[in-house]
Ligand binder design. Structure first.
Ligand SMILES: [Zn+2]
Length: 311
């Protein structure tokens, strides 16, 4: 009996340790515009280390209430918009920068969804961090050979200043330098376009700066007829904690106070207006709405639909 029990345990242990293949794309429509959520995979994140709660105990309690244990398996999402003759990718995942086990699934999921990397015409980057721009290149080779990459000019200015490592720099800068290097092949090929705040990049798509997490952190607003979707980038990392406690900031926020204020304002606006949000680290596909709930907020995931419905 003990032997069988031991065998079962090792079997289950084997099963839980084997990475499972999961569907990594989901289509939906924002009125006339087709959008596809794409998974770059997941990465284990210690919420207690990442989040800077003034009362740290709150983090574990909130995880427990959501039946989660630390480290949390955090999604890395990207999004594809088909807009006329443009195929626009929002963020590019981590590529190889989180190692062989985590992330790096964006291209296989893009292909599974029916597209190839060379069809992507434009890539909009919310900010230059490993899990958002890291997937642009692999060993100095552009992974999206025909795409123009659009980045906030403030992000590029910041990284030009921090191109050379300094002894006094923060971990956020040291750790994310390869994310800037992943842009280089596009810069060398003349394929980087800089944008400013409130710029209309394409029909129905504009930029909105939400500076705090990084110096040029930008969300993208897609409006088609009456429906609106805002791509949040890194406004939130751990949904089980930060919807209840928007004031809890993050190890990698360049300006922690500003980042928390941006999160609070963004929740408030999304909740008041009822528009859809797509967030890179909310559980895949990371699409839903936000609702005010007492002193905090609640996440309402988009209902699964074979008809690409959003309502
Ligand atoms: Zn991120």
């Amino acid at each position: 009996m003990a032997m069988i029990a031991g065998w079962l345990i090792s079997c289950f242990a084997g099963i839980t340790q084997t990475p499972t293949s999961q569907p990594g794309y989901q289509h939906f429509k924002i009125d006339k515009v087709d959008v596809t959520a794409l998974s770059d995979g997941t990465v284990p994140v210690s919420a207690n280390q990442l989040l800077h709660a003034k009362e740290q105990a709150g983090v574990s309690e909130l995880l427990g209430e959501a039946y989660l244990t630390d480290p949390v398996e955090v999604s890395i999402n990207a999004y594809l918009i088909r807009n006329g003759n443009k195929l626009i990718l929002i963020d590019a995942g981590a590529g190889a920068l989180f190692g062989p086990t985590h992330g790096g699934k964006l291209i296989s999921n893009l292909e599974a969804a029916g597209f190839s990397p060379d069809q992507v015409t434009d890539i909009l980057i919310t900010h230059i961090h490993l899990d958002h721009s890291g997937g642009l290149s692999l060993n100095g080779i552009r992974q999206f050979p025909n795409a123009m990459v659009h980045v906030n000019a403030k992000e590029i200015a910041f990284w030009k200043e921090h191109q050379t490592p300094q002894a006094t720099e923060s971990r956020g800068i040291t750790d994310n330098r390869p994310a800037f290097e992943a842009l280089k092949p596009y810069q060398d090929a003349g394929k980087v376009v800089l944008f400013a705040n409130n710029t209309i990049l394409f029909d129905g798509i504009r930029t909105k700066e939400v500076v705090g997490h990084t110096p040029g952190h930008t969300v993208f607003v897609l409006q088609s007829e009456k429906e609106k979707l805002v791509f949040w980038g890194d406004l939130i990392h751990i949904e089980a904690v930060q919807f209840h406690r928007p004031e809890i900031d993050n190890e990698f926020d360049v300006d922690k106070e500003k980042a928390a204020a941006q999160r609070q304002t963004s929740y408030e606006e999304a909740s008041a207006k009822g528009y859809l949000v797509a967030a890179d680290h909310i559980s895949f596909p990371g699409i839903g709405r936000v609702k005010k709930d007492g002193a905090g907020y609640r996440w309402l995931p988009l209902a699964y639909s074979l008809l690409s419905r959003t309502r």
